[in-house]
Design a protein around this ligand. Structure first.
Ligand SMILES: [Zn+2]
Length: 257
C-alpha cells in the first residue's frame, strides 16, 4: 500500500491509499473530488473506499462527486456520524476492523473535535515497517484539533488511545498546521530541546514549501504539548497538577494564540 498526499484548499491534505498490484485505491477525507479523480486516472486505479474521519465539509466535501464517478465505492465513517456524512454505508465503532487490499486497519473512536470522530490505524506487518494512523482533526503534528463537540476529558481519553500506539507510527493528520502549532508549543515548553530542534527543522521545510505531514508518533510524544498533559513542566506552565485540567488549559490558551 502506497500513500499519496494530495494538498487541497488552503491547508488540507487528502490521502490516497494505492494498491498497485490490485489497481485499487481508497481515499481518506476527500475535501474535494477533482484532484482525487485526476490522480486516480493517472494511476489507472479503481476507487473502492472512502474512509471519512468526521463530518466536517473539508473532509467529506468530495464524497458526492466521487460516488457519482465510482458508484460502487463504499463510504465508511463513525456510527455517531449517521446522517452527517454524504453516502455513508458503513457505520464504524471502536475496535472494528476494515480491509483495503491486503491490509487491515483498526478503528478508534476518538471524540473531542467532534462527538463522532474516528481514526484508522494500519499496524505494521513487519518490524521494519511503519504503522499508519489517519487521525483527521484529532491529533495534528505539534498540536490537536479544537473541541467543537467534545470535552477536554473526552479528548484526553481519545489522545490517550493514540499515545499508546508504537513510536514508529506515521501520523497522517488532515492539515498543515505544524509551524503555528510548534510556535505555541514553544510558548509553554520552551526548554524542551527536542521541540527546539523540531521547530528549526519544520521552519526550514516550510520555507522551502515542503509538507511536514506525516510526522512520526515518537516525535509527537516528545514535543506535542497535547500529548504531554502529565509532564510536570507543562503542568507547572499552566499552574495545575491535574492531567485533564492541564490539557484543558493548554487547549484554551491555543484557541486564542
Ligand atoms: Zn474538522
Amino acid at each position: 500500500m502506497q500513500i499519496i498526499r494530495i494538498p487541497v484548499l488552503s491547508d488540507n491534505y487528502i490521502f490516497l491509499l494505492w494498491d498497485s498490484a490490485r489497481k485499487i485505491a481508497a481515499v481518506v477525507d476527500p475535501a474535494v473530488a477533482r484532484p482525487v479523480l485526476t490522480k486516480l486516472n493517472e494511476l489507472d486505479a479503481q476507487l473502492v473506499a472512502i474512509f471519512n474521519t468526521h463530518h466536517h465539509n473539508d473532509h467529506v466535501g468530495g464524497n458526492r462527486e466521487l460516488i457519482t464517478q465510482y458508484p460502487n465505492v463504499t463510504v465508511y465513517g463513525g456510527e455517531e456520524d449517521k446522517g452527517r456524512i454524504p453516502g455513508q454505508k458503513v457505520f464504524l465503532h471502536e475496535g472494528d476492523i476494515i480491509e483495503f487490499g491486503d491490509r487491515t486497519a483498526t478503528v478508534f473512536f476518538v471524540p473531542g473535535h467532534t462527538r463522532a470522530h474516528i481514526a484508522y490505524y494500519f499496524p505494521p506487518r513487519a518490524s521494519e515497517e511503519t504503522g499508519e494512523l489517519f487521525c483527521g482533526d484529532t491529533l495534528f503534528a505539534g498540536g490537536c484539533g479544537r473541541l467543537f463537540e467534545g470535552t477536554p476529558a473526552q479528548m484526553v481519553d481519545s489522545l490517550s488511545k493514540i499515545r499508546t500506539l508504537p513510536d514508529n507510527t506515521r501520523v497522517w493528520c488532515a492539515h498543515e498546521y505544524t509551524l503555528k502549532n510548534l510556535q505555541f508549543a514553544l510558548s509553554v515548553d520552551g526548554n524542551n530541546e527536542d521541540l527546539q530542534q523540531r521547530y528549526t527543522k519544520v521552519q526550514a521545510a516550510r520555507n522551502k514549501g515542503e509538507a511536514t505531514v506525516p510526522s512520526l508518533l515518537e516525535i509527537e510524544k516528545r514535543t506535542n504539548p497535547f500529548l504531554r498533559w502529565d509532564i510536570p513542566t507543562l503542568q507547572t506552565a499552566v499552574k495545575t497538577s491535574e492531567s485533564v485540567q492541564t490539557f484543558a488549559r493548554l487547549r484554551g490558551m491555543k484557541d486564542t494564540f
